[in-house]
Ligand binder design. Structure first.
Ligand SMILES: [Zn+2]
Length: 251
């Protein structure tokens, strides 16, 4: 039986705290592994602890663009001193919607590039947030040599998707793809060996999800829908996703 990977979830979020033993149990039963990303120093510490609790959890440590005012040195030091326990760097990236000044966006770039340098040095994959900033990310990335690069919750146009493929990115699709036709079109245009799936939990999704915070158990539904869109049998698609996930993680 294949292992299913949720390529991007925030398991350190308070939403999951009291349910964690149940979530890990559910992951074992459903054969799900997860890349759990952090957003700041505190969630990085929590994410490291989660990775120690279960070998189904791959810890990604980083500063989210929303927190670019935080002390980057503290997180870089945490990554350096725990590099064997860390599977990747994330959630890092750029997001223009958080800034109303150019100075703020420049600060985001500094934090982002410092974390890319560290990922390159430690040979770790990166989980990237790219809302309204794909083109800026495409300018920055070629300066770095990083094996696994994920544009999580890909939200660009077809041209930007092609550019992502040309630059060697993985892209992930989540619950929104189940009810959004434009995401299904993007999925169809993605190179098969670059597709990953995610929940981005505990984000709340609308329509059929009724604004319930996303659970890791949503992931088979995302895979089922994507397999229908791509007209690939479910099991065959699970094998492909497992292969892609391992390539992204370098395992
Ligand atoms: Zn996220």
């Amino acid at each position: 039986m294949n292992w299913i990977f949720d390529a991007h979830i925030h398991l350190s979020d308070e939403e999951y705290e009291s349910d964690m033993p149940f979530i890990i149990n559910c992951m074992e039963k459903m054969h799900i592994k997860a890349c759990s990303v952090s957003e700041n120093y505190d969630t990085s510490i929590k994410t490291l602890e989660l990775g120690k609790k279960s070998n189904l959890i791959f810890s990604f440590i980083g500063i989210h663009p929303q927190n670019s005012n935080e002390d980057i040195e503290q997180v870089l030091e945490l990554v350096n001193s725990n590099s064997e326990k860390i599977s990747g760097i994330g959630e890092i990236g750029l997001d223009k919607t958080y800034e109303d000044s150019d100075g703020g966006f420049q600060k985001q770039k500094q934090i982002f590039t410092a974390q890319l340098s560290l990922a390159e040095k430690l040979k770790k994959p990166v989980s990237i947030h790219s809302r309204k900033a794909l083109d800026e990310i495409y300018e920055i990335i070629p300066s770095y040599s990083i094996q696994g690069m994920l544009l999580h919750w890909f939200d660009g146009n077809k041209k930007q998707l092609q550019k992502a493929m040309d630059l060697g990115f993985f892209v992930s699709f989540g619950p929104v793809m189940i009810y959004a036709n434009d995401k299904q079109v993007l999925l169809s245009n993605t190179d098969r060996n670059k597709i990953l799936v995610e929940t981005d939990g505990p984000v709340k999704f609308s329509k059929c999800f009724g604004l319930k915070p996303a659970q890791i158990s949503f992931i088979p539904s995302v895979i089922f829908c994507a397999s229908k869109v791509l007209r690939v049998p479910y099991n065959e698609f699970c094998s492909l996703l497992e292969e892609n996930s391992k390539n992204f993680l370098g395992i």
